[in-house]
Ligand binder design. Structure first.
Ligand code: C6P
Length: 421
């Protein structure tokens, strides 16, 4: 593709885009513009090739065999854990538990923490901007009450109100790092400081944090951090729960089965040490190794450069999108990350998404699995554009052109209806 003004990019964007073959594809005769990265990111060649290499060369079950391939697969799986540890700067590799994704990571904590520490009448604090994955698992615990930390009109979390929500029944605070709808980047370190003053642990939903911000779990001093591989250029079906050693040791296992045991009799079972206590069954070692390849890819470019690039796109897109008749934005907090949600007066978000799709532009429409955010703004859904490291300014121009066409089409329709009324 031709990219105007290559000097606007903090890295070689042409070379980066070459690493993602899908970006060369056409949709309805137009070059694909992929702006649904909040839902899932595209995968670089190195990740896909890693999956292929592993299936062809080192496929065997891990932690079970004395044979060569099993040893090799085990070494690769554990090396992947070490890559994740380094990526989030955890103290120990055994603080990294592989899961299926953010959803499973949060369910693991809700279930195990719930069993050990929550009684009917106890309280969990979440924020008003949570994804359903950080609401529903807590609601599944009988009698446990959710208290909600609100956000201001511009999408800024009202952290000043946190202290006032904490009571003697508050057992855990569970908040998102970055909102998938508003793009707000929450002050996790400050939240952890407040929580810890009251001896309350903090879980962070990092699904949208990990692809866009440098995460240092020791610096943030969080107790749990959950994320998905597929949102950070890795495969689907693999994710991570980071937990501080002291907390993981206190929690009972989430699921029972192979690999998570030390000794089993019909009378009693003892459990394996961390992290295996939480990894029942055959782990997704193809996924873990491919995820580590994805994290290496991100590290090679540098999260600081990725974040700077994405913020540049956000600023440019806002400036251009504001020129569109009747556009209304949701979430404009200072320092927001790479998500822009909006509606256009009188046009249903699905209609916007459908016309854009015909132009080859993929955006997300609907409630984004954050219905309480929709309820707050009194809308059924929104259009969401979410950026990744490979998006370009030219693609933003395509989006803006596309939206002008959307407005043109639907205005003409409205005028025709008025004329015939
Ligand atoms: N949000 C989106 O389009 P899973 O499905 O487990 O990989 O991630 C769940 C999840 C949890 N928290 C946040 C903040 C998220 O954004 C997501 C996934 C996608 O916004 C799909 S709904």
């Amino acid at each position: 593709m031709s990219i105007k003004q290559n000097d606007r990019y903090p890295y070689d964007i042409v070379a980066v885009r070459d690493d993602f073959p899908i970006l060369q594809s056409e949709v309805y005769g137009n070059r694909l513009v992929y702006f649904d990265n909040g839902a899932t990111t595209q995968k670089p060649r190195s990740v896909v090739e890693k999956i292929e290499r592993n299936y062809y060369n080192t496929n065997a079950n891990v932690h079970r065999g004395v044979h060569f391939l099993s040893q090799q697969a085990t070494d690769e799986h554990e090396a992947a854990r070490e890559v994740v540890r380094g990526f989030i700067n955890a103290r120990f590799a055994h603080e990294v538990v592989f899961t299926r994704g953010t959803t499973e990571s949060i369910n693991l904590v809700a279930s195990s923490f719930g069993k050990a520490f929550l009684e009917p009448g106890d309280e969990v604090i979440v924020s008003q901007m949570e994804h359903h994955s950080n609401i529903v698992p807590w609601q599944l615990l009988p009698g446990v009450k959710l208290k909600v930390l609100p956000f201001a009109e511009d999408g800024t979390l009202q952290v000043g109100q946190l202290e006032g929500l904490i009571s003697s029944r508050t057992k855990i605070i569970s908040v998102t790092h970055i909102s998938n709808t508003l793009g707000t980047v929450n002050p996790i370190k400050e939240i952890a400081q407040i929580a810890h003053r009251h001896n309350i642990p903090v879980l962070v939903d990092g699904a949208q944090g990990i692809p866009h911000e440098k995460v240092d779990v020791q610096e943030l001093d969080v107790d749990f951090y959950a994320f998905s591989g597929h949102k950070v250029y890795g495969p689907t079906g693999i994710g991570v729960l980071y937990g501080k050693e002291e907390w993981l040791n206190k929690l009972p296992p989430y699921q029972g089965g192979g690999d998570m045991i030390d000794h089993v009799t019909f009378e009693k079972t003892t459990f394996a040490p961390l992290p295996f206590k939480f990894e029942a069954g055959t782990p997704d070692y193809i996924g873990s190794t491919a995820l580590s390849e994805a994290l290496r890819y991100v590290q090679q470019i540098g999260l600081d450069k990725i974040a700077a690039h994405e913020r540049g796109l956000v600023a440019y897109a806002y400036a251009e999108l504001r020129k569109i008749d009747g556009i209304r934005f949701y979430g404009e907090a200072v320092g927001k990350s790479s998500v822009i949600s909006f509606n256009i007066d009188g046009i249903h978000p699905y209609d916007v998404g459908t016309v854009l799709d015909k132009l080859g532009i993929a955006v997300r429409t609907g409630h984004h699995c954050a219905q309480p955010v929709m309820q707050t703004f009194g809308v059924e859904g929104m259009v969401r554009v979410s950026f990744a490291l490979y998006n370009t300014y030219d693609e933003v121009d395509r989006l803006v052109e596309g939206l002008h066409r959307v407005v043109g089409i639907f205005k003409r329709q409205t005028n025709r209806k008025k004329a015939s009324a």
